[in-house]
Design a protein around this ligand. Structure first.
Ligand code: FES
Length: 138
């Protein structure tokens, strides 16, 4: 896969191909890293795809390890519920984690990050299929 195919710039965003939707288990997640920030990509109810910083707004719990239900994730540490479309905590809790735009083209997920930021990097513990898609020919 060429770099041109793996990345695309649109306005202020650089889009990275992450991999097929089916590589993420239903109601599961995968993690990539960008500028030292872990980004969790979720496959929610009815294959809706969302990406948020992998950090709970409460005490930085790893949302990627939480339980996905409908279009929300419950943090594994203290049970806050985060709305994946907005990154906002569900009331009565208050807080927000940054979200990132995603899109799905022909069943393949792309993640949008600021175009001027450094390259997206896979985590060492990222599943091989995701790491391959992010780093090929980069
Ligand atoms: S760190 Fe997520 S609920 Fe406390």
């Amino acid at each position: 896969m060429s770099q041109e195919k793996d990345q695309e710039n649109t306005g202020d965003l650089k889009w990275y191909r992450i991999g097929p939707v089916t590589d993420i288990p239903p109601l599961g997640s995968r993690v990539v890293q960008h500028c030292g920030v872990r980004i969790a990509i979720f496959r929610a109810h009815q294959d809706a795809i969302f990406a948020v910083r992998d950090q709970c707004p409460h005490r930085q719990g790893p949302l990627s390890q939480g339980i996905v239900h409908d279009q929300r994730v419950t943090c594994p540490l203290h049970g806050w519920v985060i709305e994946l479309a907005t990154g906002e905590a569900v009331k009565p809790d208050v807080g927000c984690t940054p979200r990132y735009p995603t899109r799905v083209d022909d069943g393949v997920i792309s993640l949008g990050v600021p175009a001027l930021a450094p390259e997206l990097k896979p985590l060492d513990d990222a599943p091989r299929d995701v790491a391959d898609d992010v780093t090929q020919d980069a």
